[in-house]
Design a protein around this ligand. Structure first.
Ligand code: ADP
Length: 482
């Protein structure tokens, strides 16, 4: 059953119950009031008759009569009975209409005990209210006076009231149903509209569309706002997913391209070696050297791809206190071996520790140093330094090399991105992407500042860790021992 129908039925049921309760109370009150009026009239009449009957009684012995017919109220039927039940007197209108008021035994007992009794009697299909009262003489009950009135008029009036209330209530309930149905429909229309829009959005996957609601910020307004907020979040997530998918496709395409190039060269070289007649021994040596270069390049590439895939897969990096001074000194030593014709300075390295993975940090520093060496011609200068501030340690690798153009700068952390290929020295463009993935996994950041022709500075920021139980001197000792 729809909410609309349920709401309408609820309104109608509430109204119908209210009307029924109201009608019943009104009807009963009216019935009681009209009956009360008749009761009072009969009691007054009986009282008047009894006060006037004594003269006749004395004159006629035990015969009890009312004084005269014309003094009785019209429509009131009067009758007297002896104690043995025999009718003694009937007013002329009773005789004329042949109306004999009954007095049942239990009513008679009630009259004698209580001093009066009201009773209903149906005579010739007409309801009468009969009031009976004892007649006393010398403090002795000698008979019963009965006065009665027809309730026909009251009953007819009450019947009209009953029919009117019934018809009125029924019409009101039907009207309430109709109006309730229209009102519930109007109130629920915005919800229907929202449902239809949401359904269309789901079917067309058009998360850029929004649910429109021009009304106030009531329950429906809040529902529309909530759905729109949810759609915005969904749109963002959807876009992100699409971007990630696109990046992944690009990555796969780039990776296959990079792997195909050395393979093609190697295949070409093999074909050269298989030639008949064979190539000269000098060519053979050159071809073999080329093949060694290409296979080394391929294995470097595969190694890089593996590192990147591991970083992407969220490989669990260790989180431990890593004193960075010994680590940087170690990297510096390696750099000096690799670039003996460049000046490597590791002077401003402080005795601090980071929270992270020593192997990952070492790999990041080696990538940065490798690049610095690659892009800094002799007799350039490469400086490693550290600073610690606000719970973060910054490691900087600065070179005086060729620098990076500003339009290139924003892309250098992208996968397979290489600067001007004539100067890049054969890298696949994965080094900085790997460094960034590792630093991200360590809750750090990596950034760059560079100017073409002036050199570059790469900065890695990582969370600082306290050097447990070691003052500067001890830490220096540790550094030397390592
Ligand atoms: P690759 O492994 O090929 O060196 P990277 O991701 O490490 O790739 O670097 C991407 C590009 O960033 C390089 O091709 C180069 O153009 C630029 N680059 C990186 N480091 C430096 C640097 N120290 N000086 C100048 N250019 C740099």
């Amino acid at each position: 059953m729809s909410i609309r129908l349920r709401l309408t039925l609820l309104y109608t049921a509430i109204l119908a119950l209210t009307l029924i309760a109201f009608s019943v109370i009104l009807y009963l009150t009216l019935a009681q009031t009209t009956l009360g009026v008749v009761k009072d009239t009969l009691a007054d009449e009986a009282k008047r008759l009894l006060s006037e009957r004594s003269v006749d009684f004395v004159r006629r012995g035990l015969v009890i009569t009312v004084p005269s017919s014309n003094r009785a109220i019209q429509n009131t039927f009067v009758q007297t009975r002896r104690l043995d039940g025999n009718i003694e007197f009937r007013s002329p209108n009773s005789v004329e209409a042949d109306i004999e008021l009954p007095l049942q035994a239990q009513v008679r007992t009630r009259v004698l005990e209580a001093g009066y009794a009201y009773d209903f009697a149906t005579i010739r299909n007409t309801r009468f209210l009969v009031y009976s009262k004892p007649i006393t003489y010398s403090e002795r009950v000698v008979g019963v006076l009965q006065v009665a009135r027809s309730l026909e008029d009251q009953d007819r009036a009450l019947d009209v009231v009953r029919r009117t209330l019934l018809a009125g209530s029924s019409i009101a309930a039907i009207l309430a149903f109709g109006i309730g149905w229209v009102l519930a429909g109007t109130a629920l229309r915005p919800i229907n509209r929202i449902t239809q829009t949401a359904h269309a959005i789901g079917a067309e996957r058009d998360f850029g569309r929004r649910v429109s609601h021009a009304g106030p910020q009531d329950e429906v307004g809040r529902l529309a706002t909530t759905i729109n907020t949810m759609l915005a979040a969904l749109q963002g997530a959807y876009r992100q997913e699409a971007q990630a998918l696109q990046a992944q496709r690009r990555f796969v395409a780039d990776a296959s391209h990079e792997l195909r190039t050395p393979l093609t060269t190697i295949r070409g070289n093999i074909a050269l070696l298989q030639r008949d007649p064979p190539i000269s021994s000098a060519d053979r040596t050159a071809v073999l050297a080329d093949m060694v270069d290409e296979s080394e390049r391929m294995s470097r590439l595969v190694h890089d791809l593996l590192s990147l895939a591991r970083a992407d897969a969220g490989r669990q990096l260790r989180r431990e206190t890593v004193p960075i001074k010994p680590l940087i000194e170690d990297v510096c030593r390696k750099a000096k071996t690799l670039g003996p014709d460049r000046t490597i300075i590791c002077a401003e390295v402080h005795n601090v520790a980071i929270l992270g993975d020593p192997d990952a940090l070492k790999q990041v520093l080696l990538i940065l140093l490798d690049n610095a060496l690659k892009f800094t011609p002799a007799p350039g200068e490469i400086t490693l330094s550290t600073t610690a501030r606000n719970g973060r340690v910054r490691i900087s690798v600065r070179d005086t090399g060729i620098g990076i153009a500003s339009d290139t700068l924003q892309h250098i952390f992208e996968r397979f991105y290489r600067g001007d290929s004539s100067r890049t020295g054969g890298g696949a463009g994965l080094g900085l992407a790997i460094a960034k993935a590792l630093v991200d996994a360590l809750d750090g950041t990596v950034s760059v500042a560079s100017q073409l022709g002036m050199g570059s500075e790469f900065m890695v920021e990582l969370p600082q860790a306290p050097l447990v139980g070691a003052d500067t001197a001890e830490a220096d000792a540790i550094a030397v021992n390592m």
